[in-house]
Design a protein around this ligand. Sequence first.
Ligand code: SAH
Ligand code: SF4
Length: 373
Amino acid sequence: MLVAAGFKAFRAKQVFHWVQKKSARSFSEMHNLPAPLLKWLEENTTLGGIFEVLAVNESADGSYKFLFALEDGRKVESVLMPNPKRNYWTQCLSSQVGCAVDCKFCVTGMNGFFRHMTADEITDQVLFVRRYLHERRPDAHFRNLVFMGMGEPLLNTAAVIKTIQILVAHAGIDLSPRRITVSTSGIIPGMEQLADADLGVGLALSLNAVSQEERERIMPITKKYPLADLLELLKHRRFGKNKRVTFEYVMLTGENDSMDHARRLVSLVKGLSCKINLIPFNPHPDLPYGRPDRGHVERFAQVLLDAALTVSVRWSKALDVDGACGQLAGDHRQRMGARGVDTVSRSKDAAKVAFPADLDFFATVAAEDDEEE
Ligand code: SAH
Ligand code: SF4
């Protein structure tokens, strides 16, 4: 665009550097650009993505939850969390407004699908949050990204791939692909596309069941993309370089959490280089499942450990003070302006719709294990 408008090509690199590396959120911050270029940028382009930051909540454990409004007023959430030693931070990203996959244990699924997020909207979650972190903690190491927020990333694969390409670009934030994980409910064409893109990012599959029939019951998408096909694909395709695939397994009382299920899980993943994240169900009043108690979860985990599998249990923080579903969406305590810089007023209507997705919880699920470091 800049070359076509008569500017030198290196100016484009400067703008990219300002937006990506230096986290500029307005053209006026780009002080080494000549006035005619700034004027042209102001008149012909917009810095798109997050339209307004509706709320930032800080939890006692040090994590931050962000509620963003997009340009059409739709809302998405993101969570930034420190690892236990606080030497690096992980951000959990949304990739769609809502989700169409309809998993029976998921609040986002229950609320339905609204639209895809664009690559600039997905990317801008990172740009905003990284700047937010560095303004408060200049030495903080912003390191890991997980696509485990609202939405099914592999039903919005082109935008997710483009986002990853931008975020790993050396001229920009330069994140390591090894520190990026895409979590999917098992969308085979999207998994193929992601593997073809050869980005070197990790894959997590929300397995959640040990047979076709049982998985269909809680994840109807399994009718379209059968369990056997998913496992077959994982045998033949590599995602991260030498990286094990992660299986997420949401434990639902009486549904998929018996010791027999644990043993069948062991046989199912046999031969696959993997690790298993057990996620005790995060309850919600409108969801018909129960959460197994700690002792039960530990016994289930032990069966997997005895089979020499790598296992970690992801206890949700949702039972803590402000972690309940949708509370963030309903509680706009702090208000910041557009793009977190200039205050822009919004119509009341656009801000009305709330999307309760329990991202605080998702981020817990997403935290990388320290053993991996
Ligand atoms: N759509 C993607 C990524 C977001 S969901 C996916 O499904 O993989 C992130 C993880 O949270 C998934 O593993 C999902 O199975 C799990 N999850 C969703 N709702 C949950 C709940 N109420 N309790 C426990 N885990 C849940
Ligand atoms: Fe969508 Fe993932 Fe929730 Fe399933 S678990 S409804 S794929 S967000």
